[in-house]
Design a protein around this ligand. Structure first.
Ligand code: SF4
Length: 479
């Protein structure tokens, strides 16, 4: 499947788009945009994981967003303190749809906003005393919490506060883990370093810190890097359970701090979001000898491929059961494809998401006959682009940390039928008359993972593209 636009034509489009920049910016941005070329396996290897150019309207966030917003925030039975001034915690308050079960404010705290609300005096005199008092108060006010994390915002590292000392002292006082996380937004170049820092904080302060009660079963697995957006991890859990596996930990959507601590009992780590959690999988492999396998639960082709790959790590019993599960869902998958594929066949999609979905959702679009003609990441690394090269069609435009201007240009020049990106992009494209789906928040829909997610995904894409409102953008009184 190919859009018919050649590699050369796509390169010409990229060059034209870049002409608007001053020389230095043009040269730098040119390194971040490529066109996939099967003749040249490295053509998806665009420059990545480096600083954004100032003033170009990057779509990126910061390390705090990667740690508190993505990795730690969903851990439901712990209290996460946004340590610093009020902004970061307030803006990120319940803005990511990492679903969970629990009693808010009693056993679970995901959708609450805890902040040390720094004032000028805290910057001048330091915030350690305030933090100590806050942790003691929080443990008294919310006694069923199972731990507390300190998510550092920008000023903390700059003023020289010793949050590690506070963590050790208060942890001994309250008898629960208190985890200091050095995820100040000035560290790194994007959310990505925040993931790494958060992974390392779990490694150093939580993982393996509890006695594992029993040997477990040969079928114990952990789901790593599923944040349960709109219930994604729940539709995933259902499949693993039906396959006969026992999921002992969720990292971290609907997960608990206890589960994180107990994960070394797993026999296999199943990793969905490679970018945000490959670090902890590598560590568990080195320290505990737990193998890990990447999987993809977007769209029936990838789901079935992944289930068989995971089953191959286990015995005949699991493998046979896996085939039965696949067979059982086949009619539902076929019915979805029969209903939606004729309405979506040949539609061209442009994506820009964070560190996983720009490649992971391609299979689901292709199951519906759609073609991803341009895709890219906010904060991917070299290894993500290598994986992307295996998923994209020839002549796909690949961009790293694209600017708002570049995305608008590509959307208008590539005759796109659907844009999939984030909230900062959404309304720009609506005003351009282009169908748009939010591919972070699922546009308040979902789940999109697993067999239960695919019909929702297909319905949502159809609803966006074939919506009658797109025919009404132009006033009838203008020729
Ligand atoms: S860059 Fe600093 S101030 Fe901005 S959201 Fe991140 S931690 Fe907060």
């Amino acid at each position: 499947m190919s859009s018919g636009t050649s590699i050369e034509e796509k390169r010409k489009i990229v060059d034209e788009v870049l002409t608007v920049y001053p020389k230095k910016t043009r040269e730098e941005r040119a390194g971040h945009i490529g066109v996939s070329d099967p003749e040249d396996a490295g053509s998806c290897a665009v420059a990545n994981n480096v600083k954004s150019r100032p003033g170009v309207m990057t779509i990126r966030g910061c390390a705090y967003a990667g740690s508190k917003g993505v990795v730690w925030g969903p851990v439901k039975d712990a209290i996460h303190i946004s340590h610093g001034p009020v902004g970061c915690g307030q803006y990120s308050w319940w803005s990511r749809r990492n679903y969970y079960n629990g009693i808010l404010g009693v056993t679970s705290f995901v959708t609450m906003q805890f902040t040390s609300d720094f004032q000028e005096r805290d910057v001048v005199f330091g915030g350690d005393k305030k933090l100590t008092k806050m942790i003691q108060d929080l443990d008294r006010l919310f006694p069923l919490n199972k731990g507390i994390t300190i998510q550092s915002e920008c000023p903390i590292g700059l003023i020289g506060d010793d949050i590690e000392a506070v963590a050790r002292e208060t942890s001994a006082q309250i008898g629960k883990p208190v985890v200091p996380v050095r995820c100040e937004g000035f560290r790194g170049v994007s959310q990505s370093l925040g993931h790494h820092i958060a992974n390392d904080s779990i490694r150093d302060w939580v993982l393996g810190s509890r006695d594992i009660p029993d040997e477990g079963t040969p079928y114990d697995v952990a789901v790593i890097g599923d944040y349960n957006i709109g219930g994604d991890a729940w539709s995933t859990l259902k499949i693993f359970r039906e396959m006969g596996l026992r999921v002992v930990a969720l990292w971290s959507g609907d997960g608990t701090i206890q589960e994180l601590a107990h994960t070394p009992r797993a026999k296999l780590n199943l990793i969905h979001c490679y970018r945000s959690m490959n670090y902890i999988c590598r560590h568990m492999e080195e320290k505990y000898g737990i193998p890990w396998v990447e999987y993809n639960f977007f769209g029936p082709t990838k789901i079935k491929e992944s289930m068989r790959k995971i089953a191959s790590y286990f015995d005949d019993k699991i493998q046979e059961q896996t085939e039965k599960v696949i067979e059982a869902y086949e009619p539902m998958m076929q019915a979805t494809i029969e209903k939606y594929r004729p309405r979506l066949e040949g539609k061209k999609v442009m994506l820009l998401v964070g560190g996983l979905r720009p490649r992971h959702t391609i299979g689901a679009y292709e199951d519906l006959g759609m073609e991803v003609v341009a895709t890219g990441y906010e904060f991917a690394h070299e290894d993500d682009y290598e994986r992307t090269a295996r998923e994209v069609q020839e002549a796909t435009i690949i961009y790293d940390d694209p600017t708002a201007y570049e995305l608008e240009q590509f959307a208008s020049r590539l005759d796109i039928d659907l844009v999939g990106s984030g909230i900062k992009e959404k309304y720009v494209y609506h005003k351009m008359g282009l169908p748009f789906r939010q591919m972070h928040s699922w546009d308040y829909s979902g789940p999109y993972h697993g067999f239960d997610g695919f019909p929702v995904f297909a319905r949502d894409m159809d609803m966006a593209i074939n919506n009658p409102s797109w025919d009404l953008i132009q006033t009838p009184f203008e020729s």
